[in-house]
Design a protein around this ligand. Sequence first.
Ligand code: NAG
Ligand code: NAG
Ligand code: NAG
Ligand code: NAG
Ligand code: NAG
Ligand code: NAG
Ligand code: NAG
Ligand code: NAG
Ligand code: NAG
Ligand code: NAG
Length: 532
Amino acid sequence: MRALQVLFGLIPFLYAKRPNIVFILTDDLDVAMGGMTPLEKTRRLLGEAGATFSNAFASTPICCPSRSTILSGRYQHNTKVLNNTVDGNCSSQAWQDNIEPSTIGARLQPLGYKTFYAGKYLNMYGLKRSPGGVGHVPKGWDSWNALVGNSRYYNYSISRNGKEEKHGDDFNKDYLTNLVANDSVAFINSMKADTPFFMIVAPPAPHEPWDSDPKYADLYQNLTAPRDNQQWNIHRADAHWVVRNVPNPMSETSTKWSDNAYRSRWRCLKSVDDLVESIMNALNETQMLDDTYIMFSSDHGYHTGQFSLPYDKRQPYEFDLRIPLLIRGPNVKPNSTIPYPVSTVDFAPTILDLANQNSKKLRFEDTNFDGESFKTLLNGSVDTSWRQNLLIEYHGEGLNDPATVYNCPGLGPGVSECVPDCVCDDASNNTFACVRRQIYSENLNLTDDLVYCEFVDKENFIEVYNLIEDPAQLKNLRGTLDPTMLEDLNMQLIELSSCTGEECSTLDVPPFRVDFDRTHEKEETIQNDHIF
Ligand SMILES: *[C@@H]1O[C@H](CO)[C@@H](O)[C@H](O)[C@H]1NC(C)=O
Ligand SMILES: *[C@@H]1O[C@H](CO)[C@@H](O)[C@H](O)[C@H]1NC(C)=O
Ligand SMILES: *[C@@H]1O[C@H](CO)[C@@H](O)[C@H](O)[C@H]1NC(C)=O
Ligand SMILES: *[C@@H]1O[C@H](CO)[C@@H](O)[C@H](O)[C@H]1NC(C)=O
Ligand SMILES: *[C@@H]1O[C@H](CO)[C@@H](O)[C@H](O)[C@H]1NC(C)=O
Ligand SMILES: *[C@@H]1O[C@H](CO)[C@@H](O)[C@H](O)[C@H]1NC(C)=O
Ligand SMILES: *[C@@H]1O[C@H](CO)[C@@H](O)[C@H](O)[C@H]1NC(C)=O
Ligand SMILES: *[C@@H]1O[C@H](CO)[C@@H](O)[C@H](O)[C@H]1NC(C)=O
Ligand SMILES: *[C@@H]1O[C@H](CO)[C@@H](O)[C@H](O)[C@H]1NC(C)=O
Ligand SMILES: *[C@@H]1O[C@H](CO)[C@@H](O)[C@H](O)[C@H]1NC(C)=O
């Protein structure tokens, strides 16, 4: 044991200086609905100076499960974090025992990294219901400054290395996005040039309750959720139960609510833009910028009125699945766009790979990640062998007695997120798994772009979209696709849904390309062995 400690202590000196890594993780930030627009400085400082991934996805479109995947590099079926409650393994004993001890901070610390976490961690973290409460400090973090519970801007607690620090609602002392920024800058300023560091900076924005910095509170007064796309306020009769049952047209209450959500999110994002700038300034002033990777992303996307869903995430459509991903740093090609599909499951493997400059193949044998490092793509390389299939998984949340929660008489059990107007964005049977596939040719033409989803509901519902022809996802092809294609997609989903480690990216090459020209224009009964 001692010998091992001595050995680990020596490791930093055996290698050249490792790069610093700063990962900025926003909460609920979409990319498909214009979420990056107010982040002008971020786009300039990270996007123009680095790479933007144009096809980055959340492997599960909900906070706690997604964050658990980001931290661990493992798909939901392996983290076993099913939803945002302790019963669903969000910050549960099983999570703390089985997965948390090998999250990304704990992987980097033994390489000589000083590690820092600030802001939102997991929705249930630090609450009495979560084992250890606010005193629980996950393995792997030298400086732990995590928000207790779900995102807020005022009236919250922080676990400072296991000690509770309470905050009220004085903007100058308590505004959480700024507190996270200030803590991050202080940490950077305390670092010595010869010690590499890793930071996760997790502001609450643009999650509810949307308290903005007073100086931004009057911005965007006339902004509404975008009407100029084909999805807003339309009815999707051929979608699964939740979506085909939301009223259309949307009520005035729902419309006003979602427009308010849209503009309030942008106001909160202005402070995230300031946070990015202060971190960049601190790195610049300490002469550490050239030696540092800065990544910017989100846990999942969002919707405000798309397919008449008032506002939330939790759906298998592009608006909820797509996330921003910007990265700048050594050897990252400036102002470049990388088209290859990547997902939240790839973040931990990539961060470890960036830290582990000297070792090439640490990936599966030693680390057990389900994702894949995208480090080799960062300099603009063409990689025709890049993985083509991503797995998406989601477990719907449903409440037993929604009437008491939402005061909606007649609303059945098994639904949730029924705000406003008793229109529900989620249900227990909104449980699904999908294959999200993109295939690029050598000259980076997108030749195949599809999503195939199976639901665990009374209908074994299926949705499949050809995104080349139908980027707005208005036409479910489930009834018209050649049955052999559906069988093939079903088989791949079965395999991906139980994959572990390397097989999650080697189960790649489809037996044949989906040829949408072979689709039949007639309804067919689809027989499928369900994946769950
Ligand atoms: C929580 O995780 C443990 C082990 O990781 C697993 O046995 C259990 O089934 C999980 N709970 C749920 C609700 O999935
Ligand atoms: C914070 O809590 C105090 C005391 O409960 C309350 O008066 C105040 O309105 C809260 N502030 C915000 C922004 O929620
Ligand atoms: C953050 O630091 C700035 C500059 O020192 C200060 O004005 C502000 O009040 C601080 N905000 C919080 C929430 O600590
Ligand atoms: C918002 O719209 C109103 C009415 O159309 C207009 O008078 C006002 O100038 C607009 N405000 C801004 C900031 O554009
Ligand atoms: C870093 O600081 C220098 C000198 O103040 C400035 O010219 C440069 O624009 C800064 N770079 C960034 C990325 O902020
Ligand atoms: C970045 O690329 C875009 C087009 O791809 C170009 O319009 C813009 O001028 C470039 N910006 C910089 C700073 O090079
Ligand atoms: C990117 O880096 C790899 C490995 O260092 C190298 O083989 C490749 O040629 C580089 N690609 C570009 C476009 O610079
Ligand atoms: C979360 O998952 C657990 C385990 O499956 C389940 O018991 C619980 O009802 C779920 N919570 C919600 C809100 O759906
Ligand atoms: C590939 O893309 C190029 C440039 O975008 C285009 O000229 C060409 O026709 C495309 N090739 C195919 C096979 O689609
Ligand atoms: C989904 O769940 C709701 C609420 O429990 C139920 O009313 C509905 O019939 C279910 N639909 C399907 C397709 O399973």
